[in-house]
Ligand binder design. Structure first.
Ligand code: GLN
Length: 425
């Protein structure tokens, strides 16, 4: 069974040696691959073949990896269940009849189903961590600026990072080691060595949590499914048994994070997706004497419903009369979230929560209620607003599927979350 994980199953060999030699890596279909179709899960780019590799793909090839194919995803990364893809949904390989999570659902499912050893996804508001949690694998969202976004098709560029999936924390760390580091093509990248750390991520996966102090933001447990909360506390107990301790913290800003996230993400999306006018990329709107009509036709035909909703809402939030009311307020909330996290991380090495407040949804049940789908991102989106690193590791299962434990670290604290996560997976 293929679970519909790939949009294009075309393999590309890398160099013959290197740290990833002999391993296959599935790549999300919003990451550019030279000569291999890159659709972003959209009819708009159904036939688009990029002329260049994203920096992360170049690094995979240099490291000896074989790219096994381009994975299914929510259209342009907009979704939490992988059901907004123009190429059909992905089925969760470990929870029959349920979604794999999104938007990098194909990448997580490829690893969970053994169709690739490792995978890359992108995380704008949870799109690596959510599918990792739902498919029972490990996923890391790096600190903003650790990994180059050159060649990643932008959805909301101030929020997103490319991140690894793997069956274990150590393997995810190995893949992160390969893709991380500054890039002259992405001016937002930083050198970890100038941030007081280094790139020895795999070595940090030593499972040593002796003396680790964990903060548990109570807001991220409120309203979560009972089975999820139980599994979460079991995982914390397991870390305690290995020498960690925990305390609860209140972070009042987190209640506003998901709202702020959606205003910012949609605003940036409305601007980033303006380039799809049917002239330069993908689906053409033809030309019958009026360019406005031709742009409108390309966008009407090429974009799916969720993408249209977000472009419209984002345009609205940025428009002259509403900018201060929505966009500016959201930016204020973003600053508040960042400040709350920074303070909490003064008294804790990592913060912990369930990655998702719910188990994987049943296939076909989410698209009718976008608001409900957005609210499922309440635990992951605050981390993107604050540009921090976070990992999702398998914590256990309920009857409805796997549960992920999310561990959040300080900026460039990847080694800390890798070390803590490796005590469990
Ligand atoms: N579910 C969130 C959204 O739809 C996050 C998506 C992502 O991280 N790409 O925006």
């Amino acid at each position: 069974m293929s679970y519909n994980v790939y949009i294009s199953e075309e393999s590309v060999d890398g160099d013959s040696d290197g740290p990833l030699a002999g391993r296959t890596v599935a790549v999300k279909d919003n990451i550019s691959t030279e000569g291999v179709r890159t659709t972003c899960g959209s009819a708009m780019l159904e036939d688009y073949v990029p002329p260049y590799d994203a920096t992360v793909v170049e690094r995979l090839k240099d490291a000896g990896a074989t790219v096994s194919g381009k994975t299914n995803m929510d259209e342009f990364g907009m979704g939490t269940t992988n059901e907004t893809s123009a190429f059909g949904p992905v089925e969760n390989p470990v929870a029959e009849g349920r979604v794999p999570g999104g938007s990098s659902g194909g990448s997580a499912a490829a690893v969970a189903a053994g169709e690739a050893d490792l995978a890359l996804g992108s995380d704008t508001g949870g799109s690596v961590r959510c599918p990792a949690a739902f498919c029972g694998v490990v996923g890391i969202k790096p600190t903003y600026g650790l990994v180059s976004r050159y060649g990643l098709v932008a959805y909301a560029n101030s929020l997103e990072q490319i991140g690894p999936f793997a069956p274990t924390v150590e393997e995810a760390a190995e893949l992160l080691e390969v893709i991380a580091g500054p890039d002259e093509h992405d001016a937002t990248t930083r050198d970890a060595r100038e941030e007081g750390t280094d790139y020895d991520f795999a070595a940090a996966a030593d499972g040593d949590v002796e003396g680790l102090e964990i903060g548990v933001p109570t807001e991220l447990l409120d309203g979560a499914d009972e089975g999820v909360v139980e599994t979460f506390w079991d995982a914390i107990a397991e870390l305690e048994a290995q020498g960690a301790s925990y305390h609860e913290v209140d972070l009042p800003s987190l209640e506003h994070a998901v709202e702020a996230y959606y205003v910012i993400a949609m605003s940036e999306a409305s601007s980033n997706l303006a380039r799809f006018d049917g002239v330069r990329y993908g689906q053409s709107g033809g030309y019958e004497g009026n360019w406005n009509e031709s742009f409108a036709k390309a966008r009407e035909e090429g974009f799916g419903e969720e993408v249209k909703r977000r472009v419209l809402l984002g345009t609205y939030a940025l428009s002259a009369g509403y900018h201060d009311k929505y966009y500016k307020k959201a930016q204020d909330a973003r600053a508040w979230v960042k400040q709350d996290f920074d303070e909490a991380l003064d008294d804790a090495d990592v913060l912990a929560s369930p990655t998702m407040p719910i188990p994987p949804m049943k296939l076909g049940e989410s698209l009718d209620d976008p608001m409900k789908m957005y609210l499922a991102d309440c635990n992951t989106t605050p981390v993107n607003l604050a540009n921090l690193p976070a990992i999702s590791v398998p914590a256990g299962e309920t009857d409805e599927g796997p549960v992920g434990l999310q561990l959040i670290g300080p900026a460039f604290g990847e080694k800390t979350i890798i070390r803590a996560g490796s005590a469990l997976a």
